[in-house]
Design a binder for this molecule. Sequence first.
Ligand SMILES: Nc1ncnc2c1ncn2[C@@H]1O[C@H](COP(=O)(O)OP(=O)(O)O)[C@@H](O)[C@H]1O
Ligand SMILES: CC(C)(COP(=O)(O)O)[C@@H](O)C(=O)NCCC(=O)O
Ligand SMILES: [K+]
Length: 249
Amino acid sequence: MNQEWLALMIGNSRLHWGYFQGENLRHTWDTSHLKEVINPIRLPNDYLFFDISSTLPLVVGSVISSQTKLWKNYQKFYFIKLEDISLNNLYPTIGIDRALATLGAGERYHFPCLVIDGGTALTLTGIDSDRTFIGGAILPGLKLQFDSLSSQTAALPNINLPNKLGDRWANNTKNAIISGILYTILSGIQRFIDDWLNKYPESKIILTGGDAENLYNYFQQDNYEQLSNLIVDQNLIFWGMRSLYILQL
Ligand SMILES: Nc1ncnc2c1ncn2[C@@H]1O[C@H](COP(=O)(O)OP(=O)(O)O)[C@@H](O)[C@H]1O
Ligand SMILES: CC(C)(COP(=O)(O)O)[C@@H](O)C(=O)NCCC(=O)O
Ligand SMILES: [K+]
């Protein structure tokens, strides 16, 4: 079956798109949030298939209801709800992005798994070998931490995420902010990972989301001893959507 379909995850910072032919994920890209959806749909980018017609099946996961509503007149619209996700014990208000990403991670890499999503918020979500949700955590994402520090203070500048982790003991403002945020996040995540691996030694740890690559690089620069257990995969949510919809479209 080579039916074409589009996957859309509506995140808090932006939209994440995946173009599938059957079960093959052919292309992924990100765009800004949309202001409106009118036919034909011209997405704010310049790929060939950005003019989409509403007969192309669109599978949507969303954590922003106002963005979901824009699609109400789209013909082949499949909205993913928590009940669709075949994981046990998810609590009713858990984000669908977290549920989909852990489903996708388990399908792809096996359960148990721990997903660390470096998005607008940084989330950790753990699932055991019986596909049962064990628990997780939510904190402000990397960009949000930098942004909030500068927006709520008079003297602290806004800083882009650096490539280099830099020195822990900084001697200027910029590097002090970088050190404070990054070393604290890294230590915190490491404690979560170590604790998880104590309970589930055979678990995979998968980093995803806009900051996944940077986080992995910081861990590497920090000589993190569990580095070989970390996987970076930007497409977890799309693997989750694929496992739900491939037989139905
Ligand atoms: N163009 C971009 N817009 C927003 N965030 C970006 C962008 N490029 C990289 N990022 C990084 O990605 C993170 C947001 O992750 P993302 O997965 O896009 O968020 P969400 O799924 O919540 O929309 C931010 O912390 C930021 O550092
Ligand atoms: C925690 C989130 C804000 C993360 O969203 P993101 O940063 O990926 O856009 C989202 O998953 C959400 O709104 N969750 C609901 C609360 C919960 O998961 O417990
Ligand atoms: K996300």
